[in-house]
Design a protein around this ligand. Structure first.
Ligand SMILES: [Zn+2]
Length: 331
């Protein structure tokens, strides 16, 4: 379904070798190892069995790619500010000491770790290295999402939209997707690279439209914060959802927003809207996590509490998104 191959300045990336439908489970992986800090990475890599160690060393490291990544496992994202120390600093501290074992191997292990680790939002202080998930590069509008599945005891990666053959599989290292380009680039500076994804390529009409749309979203968020009537809040939420849909942003962030908005609509008696919103929220949740995920089960239970009846029987509403322009996921 996909292969690992060079992805230009980003090092190695994963690419679709066929059209992959939305909601496909691409990967289910456990970390090769988890550590509390990068200083433990070398020792952890030495403890790996020969097969896993070979996998680890097969990941590409390099000064130009030093960064940390994140996996989003829930809507309330934890932010862990990653401070990547200078390699020379570490060498300076250790140089001359008798405990300088296999220096090239140490540097190699450290470089691979820095280029490929994820901060886990299940336990924000921990960093993990994965055999394949670590190879996924960033895009501001990604076509995959990684989530922890406690039932499987694995991280899963699902496609969020159909991915054409030859397109790179990407996930987002950012904690939310509504930020304008300058703010996203600022946040990504912590990962030591500049994003060149389609949403950041300001020369294109789609990127310019997305930028205006995100700026509008910022205004909506402020309106929402100042709003005191539930009717007003509902319409603000609805236009935020529409913006996400139009920009091709999918995943748990949006699923969670849909379910929350369904609850809002339900509380104002707009049951037809509540039904459509809940249905779309569950759809998105299943796409990004799978129906065997506890996240899906939780959202389903939340929706069932609203007693909206048969969701399949709902009529078309403003949230029937089939008429919305589908924006190609950023490569
Ligand atoms: Zn970008």
């Amino acid at each position: 379904m996909f292969i690992a191959r060079p992805a230009g300045a980003k090092g190695i990336g994963l690419f679709a070798t066929q059209l992959i439908p939305a909601g496909t489970r691409l990967l289910a992986e456990k970390p090769l190892f988890t550590v509390a800090s990068e200083s433990e990475a070398y020792a952890a890599s030495r403890r790996l069995g020969s097969h896993d160690r070979k996998t680890f060393l097969g990941l590409v490291g390099g000064d130009a790619r030093e960064r940390s990544k994140r996996l989003w496992v829930e809507a309330g994202w934890h932010t862990v500010k990653e401070v990547v120390r200078d390699v020379a600093n570490v060498i300076g501290k250790r140089n001359g000491a008798i405990t300088w074992p296999r220096a090239p191997s140490y540097l190699n292990a450290r470089s691979i770790f820095l280029s490929n680790n994820f901060a886990l939002s299940t336990s924000p202080s921990m960093r993990a290295i994965f055999p394949n998930i670590s190879r996924l590069n960033h895009a501001c509008v990604p076509n995959t999402e990684a989530n922890w599945n406690a039932n499987l005891d694995h991280f899963t990666v699902h496609t969020l939209s159909p991915v054409p053959e030859g397109e790179e599989l990407t996930l987002s290292y950012l904690e939310s997707h509504g930020a304008v380009t300058a703010d996203r680039q600022e946040a990504l500076r912590g990962f030591m690279f500049e994003c060149g994804c389609a949403a950041c390529a300001m020369g294109t009409p789609a990127a310019r439209r997305g930028e205006l749309s995100r700026a509008d979203l910022q205004i909506k968020v402020r309106e929402f914060a100042q709003s005191d009537g539930s009717k007003g809040e509902l319409s603000i939420m609805q236009s935020m959802l529409r913006m996400y849909e139009q920009e091709g942003i999918r995943g748990r962030e949006l699923a969670t927003m849909y379910i929350a908005t369904a609850k809002m609509a339900h509380s104002t008696g707009a049951l037809e809207d509540a039904r459509a919103l809940a249905k779309r929220g569950l759809q998105l949740e299943e796409t990004c996590c799978g129906s065997d995920s506890p996240f899906f089960a939780k959202s389903l239970a939340d929706v069932e509490k609203l007693q909206l009846g048969d969701l399949d029987g709902g009529t078309a509403s403003v949230f029937d998104t089939t008429d919305l322009p589908q924006v190609a996921a950023a490569a």
